[in-house]
Design a protein around this ligand. Structure first.
Ligand code: GLA
Length: 405
């Protein structure tokens, strides 16, 4: 069995393959500009963003690369290294409906950025483009490949058209694209985490009022690992929207008893306890997760600021149990990874990250204990599922940017 530890390659190393793909697909000699946007992991505050709660994500050093070159006229061509299917659209007649293909994401952003250009009176700066996508972030694995592609597209369009948008304009264009055109009822966490990334920091984001702050991480205290369960659920978007709907429904039932609450996160414990029996058991489980996760996330912030990594890790661990039992978004593979990780003496905490239903787990491990963790995860996972579990330790990332290649 090979060691599953992999370092993330510099995203610029992906450029030659993408440049070849770009030239072959579009058949032009144009020299594209290159843009990069990272993915993210969330350490605390699972399924809280759309409930108005706090979250604690950070960007990872893997993400999406976008090659962009202007072309005459007003047609935009989109293509991708991973998928054969490309798409050509006319800026004057952009498609109104999604198709379910990967191109829905950049297309949704194209619509939003064009709208911004129109609203600011600089439509004349927009024009034909060739856009080619690739990257090293596993897709549908809870690392926000969708926000990475959306925020990256917004940056590529902004820079190649010279629109001079603010980072927050791009973050919101990405968010509107995903909620509107793509149709996932996601909260604000992912595009904020990608768009506001800072290395060696977690982003403390209160999703009720979008107030944020960067909390420093001590890189000498621990490493952060991501282990990929390899499980991808086609139904994930549907299940995710169902959780959002369940929380909306529960809030609708509790809100009359909590007049000051503007989102589920605001519902006081005693109100929930008093009316718990009136809720269907499944709704009560969802609310309990949300209210407890809010408390845990505030406690995690205090632990982090106090340098209490053991305490921080315990909260991460408790979050996984809650996601498994109350929110019901884990799976056997993720539970196995978390269980094996926690059996290592150097691990402070482990939990699934992202929406769940498969995807990745995030693990906080003491410096020097990385090999022990890798060995134990490899052995345990292989014994049960007959395959390896990709694991990598990341450095964090400085956020969306143009790359010099
Ligand atoms: C997905 C969504 C996020 C967030 C997480 C769960 O990644 O895109 O907005 O809700 O799930 O915390």
């Amino acid at each position: 069995m090979t060691s599953p530890i992999a370092a993330s390659p510099d995203p610029r190393l992906l450029f030659p393959a993408l440049a070849r793909g770009f030239a072959e697909h579009f058949g032009t000699g144009a020299t594209p500009r290159v843009f990069f946007a990272p993915g993210r992991v969330n350490l605390m505050g699972a399924h809280l963003d759309y409930n108005g709660g706090p979250v604690l994500p950070t960007a990872v050093d893997r993400g999406t690369l976008i090659l962009a070159a202007p072309r005459p006229g007003r047609r935009v061509r989109l293509a991708c290294l991973r998928e054969g299917e490309g798409l050509e659209v006319d800026l004057e007649r952009l498609p109104m409906a999604r198709t379910g293909a990967w191109s829905d994401y950049p297309l949704g952003v194209l619509r939003e950025v064009l709208e911004l250009a129109r609203a600011r009176g600089c439509l004349d700066r927009t024009g034909g483009l060739d856009l080619y996508f690739g990257g090293n972030l596993p897709v549908g694995a809870g690392l926000s490949s969708s926000a990475s592609i959306c925020v990256g597209t917004a940056l590529a369009l902004d820079r190649t058209w010279g629109l001079d948008l603010a980072p927050m304009d791009r973050v919101h264009a990405a968010l509107r694209a995903e909620r509107g055109f793509v149709g996932v009822q996601c909260g604000i966490m992912d595009p904020y985490a990608v768009g506001l990334a800072r290395p060696e920091h977690l982003l403390w984001l209160d999703c009720k009022d979008a107030a944020y702050e960067h909390l420093p991480l001590d890189p000498t205290a621990f490493s952060i690992a991501v282990a990929d369960s390899g499980v991808r659920r086609e139904l994930a978007a549907g299940e995710f929207n169902r959780r959002v709907a369940e929380c909306d429904q529960a809030f609708g039932r509790l809100a009359p008893h909590a007049p000051d609450a503007i989102c589920l996160r605001d519902v006081p414990w005693d109100v929930f306890l008093e009316h718990r029996a009136d809720l269907e058991p499944v709704l009560a489980r969802r609310v309990e997760h949300v209210l407890r996760e809010v408390e845990r996330t505030f406690a995690a912030r205090s632990a982090l600021l106090a340098g209490d990594i053991v305490g921080f890790g315990r909260l991460i661990q408790a979050a996984h149990g809650s996601l498994r039992d109350l929110y019901e978004v884990s799976c056997r593979e993720l539970d196995r990874i978390v269980e094996d990780a926690l059996a290592c003496s150097g691990v402070f905490g482990a939990r699934l990250t992202g929406a769940g239903f498969g995807g990745c787990a995030v693990i906080l491990v003491r410096k020097g204990a990385e090999e022990e963790l890798a060995e134990r995860l490899t052995r345990g996972f292989h014994a049960t599922f007959g395959r390896e579990v990709p694991l990598w330790f990341f450095r964090g990332d400085e956020g969306p940017r143009e790359l010099e290649v």
